[in-house]
Design a protein around this ligand. Structure first.
Ligand SMILES: Nc1ncnc2c1ncn2[C@@H]1O[C@H](COP(=O)(O)OP(=O)(O)O)[C@@H](O)[C@H]1O
Ligand SMILES: Cc1cn([C@H]2C[C@H](O)[C@@H](COP(=O)(O)O)O2)c(=O)[nH]c1=O
Length: 175
């Protein structure tokens, strides 16, 4: 929800790839917003991925040979995978691969979301990202009225365009 999770995941995967490591990304097939063949940031950066309903089918989908060659697995929209903890434990501890998880730890009401929080104790590092205030408010409202997020995003992006022009006075957002 505009916090930069997908941007961060994409950046991490590309830098792992640049160091010669073999990487793949899997995302939940529940997230159909931008199609199923890629993870896509809200400003349109893309990286191809596998979309799956659960993580237990990951190895079978890649095949043993493809799976064995992998060094790094990125997981997007992790909040939708019920088997996140079991997958991460097995793949990291048993198979020795690096896993980079991106997902929401809480829903729009601030309640825990899926099992993202369960993998925190077994993670080597955790980065907590938070949306800009305007997006946070709009995302909450989105679940009440789905049109509000679109208008809020448009207003915010318009305000950035105005502020980036040194000859134009910035217009404050009214909320
Ligand atoms: N420092 C930053 N880190 C991440 N995203 C940023 C940053 N500054 C601006 N952005 C913008 O915020 C948006 C974050 O989108 P995205 O990574 O898809 O978020 P999320 O996956 O959390 O919904 C993008 O439009 C990106 O360009
Ligand atoms: C806050 C919130 C989000 N969701 C869903 C909506 C999207 O499919 C993802 C969030 O994706 P993003 O990459 O962070 O934009 O989660 C939901 O179902 N319930 C919620 O409360």
């Amino acid at each position: 929800m505009f916090a930069g999770k997908t941007t961060a995941l994409l950046g991490r995967m590309l830098s792992e790839r640049e160091t010669g490591r073999n990487v793949e990304v899997v995302k939940s097939s529940k997230d159909t917003r931008y199609g199923l063949d890629s993870i896509v940031t809200h400003d349109g950066k893309k990286l191809s991925c596998w979309a799956m309903p659960d993580l237990s089918s990951f190895r079978a989908k890649l095949g043993d040979e493809g799976y064995d060659k992998l060094d790094v697995i990125g997981i997007a929209e992790a909040q939708f995978f019920d088997d996140l903890y079991d997958f991460c434990s097995k793949v990291a501890d048993h198979d020795g691969k690096t896993i980079i998880v991106a997902g929401l730890d809480g829903d729009y009401l601030g309640r825990r979301f899926g099992s993202v929080l369960d993998v925190v104790p077994v993670a080597d590092t955790v980065t907590k990202l938070t949306p800009r205030y305007v997006y946070k408010a709009a995302c909450r409202q989105h679940y009440v009225d789905s049109l509000v997020i679109i208008e809020a995003a448009r207003l915010f992006l318009d305000s950035l365009k105005v502020q980036s022009d040194p000859h134009v006075e910035p217009v404050p957002l009214a909320w």
